[in-house]
Design a protein around this ligand. Sequence first.
Ligand code: NOJ
Length: 536
Amino acid sequence: MSSSHPWWRHAVVYQVYLRSFSDGDGDGTGDIAGLRLRLPYIRSLGVDAIWINPWYVSPLNDGGYDVADYRRIDPRFGTLEDAIGLIEEASGLGLRVLLDLVPNHTSTDHVWFQEALASAPGGKARARYHFRPGRGPGGAEPPTDWISVFGGRTWSRVGDGEWYLHLFDSTQPDLNWAHPEVRAEFLDIIRFWLERGASGFRVDVANGLEKDPSYPDVGAVDKPKGIPGGDLHPYSDRDPLHEIVREWRSVVDEYPEAILVAEAWVENWDRLARYLRPDEYHQAFNFEFMEAPWTEEAMKSAISIAVPASAAMGAVPTWVLSNHDIVRQVTRYGLPQTLDARDWLLDGDRELFDPGLGLRRAKAAALLMLGLPGSAYIYQGEELGLPEVHDLPLEFLDDPTYTRSEQTMKGRDGCRVPIPWTAEGGSFGFGTDGSWLPQPADWGGLSVESQEGVPDSMLELYRTAIRLRDQHLAGSESFEWVEACVGCLAFQRESVLVVVNFGPESTVMPEGEILLASSRLVEDRLPPDTTAWLGV
Ligand code: NOJ
């Protein structure tokens, strides 16, 4: 592909949550050896790249987003040599490798935090984090009223009475990005992995980093559902963070094909567009699309805003239907669309979930997403139509959210259950026997083995869609809404018309050669909750 249309502008990226992907050494946890075994499978999907969630040394209190050493691999996942071997092998198969950069916080096990703990209040080593005296008598009250994204306070107190800031778990202390050593260290980490063949980074909590040095109260809400922030917000989406991104970008630009992808939870597109300025991120996930209910209005609105807003920045939209933080789409779409799936997960009526409907809509959503201009990210297991595992026994819950929120949020374990590879066998081919989270007994039917070569399966739908996308749409960023049929959403991409029927009845389809449909057409009519690609 020419430099005027670099790879990432149309790439399909496959997200590997390493811990739950494939277990090469049989200890119940996915690892690099397991991933290497499955690279041909990933290649067979037709994707361009993989994004691997954090694989660095970590106590895994937050699934690896609590990094103790950014330049070494956690022994449960393998070694640095294994990581380099994986990157080389993937690249030999034509797959680029994106890593996860976690700059907002480290683990409390990180040497810097250990040094901070060992030093006295006001000591130099504490300045790399946000240590503050408390408020009220004896400094017994936390410095601000901020609430952690996982629930509970954002401050924990150490033995000598000072408090440190953590927007997430107490084992994830926030770094002080006003400190020159913090800035220099991450430039070096970026270089370290780019030198070892990585093609860039998905950047965790891209809207974090910058904190208001006066630490004002926010009048906290009791239950956080994201922290949109804005320039006047004390810790999210503050304008000065962009200067940090520009520094990273200048290093990344030394590696011609490398990219930065923002995980930025922000208020609106006006704020998100700032991350896509030409000297900042190449991509920013479109979470509005991911969170949209399955309705024509919500999907149309999420697409309508993203396409021109990205283009205005010289960028392309980055679509995503799921990831390791959100209820899987088969479950989201299989519930009444007025419900928040996270609330249902906690204590909702299980009878409200219609798995057949969820799968049907998830198939339609896949063809909708893969038909759009720009880049698309697929989360492992989405191509198998895995539902959220909503009934994990409580003793297995590992996500700190459940306890930190005092059981008011169930957490994200249900979308992180290990992948079924085979129809039979202990852990369905994930490893030799068990898996760190139990898989539902009927998951063999959803395994890769059970779906491979089965024409109507979710797996073959993804494969065909990616192949046709490459064939008909690669390199094209054209997009135009079309009035095609009542109750439908339709858009034209080059010679492909993408039509989605959100209505309750089947509908007459526009003329054209049927390239692909997400469910069987009935006498050439487009059934409800179905997407078709037509050659016109
Ligand atoms: C976003 C990551 O995707 C999530 O898994 C993690 O818990 C938080 N950032 C904190 O690092």
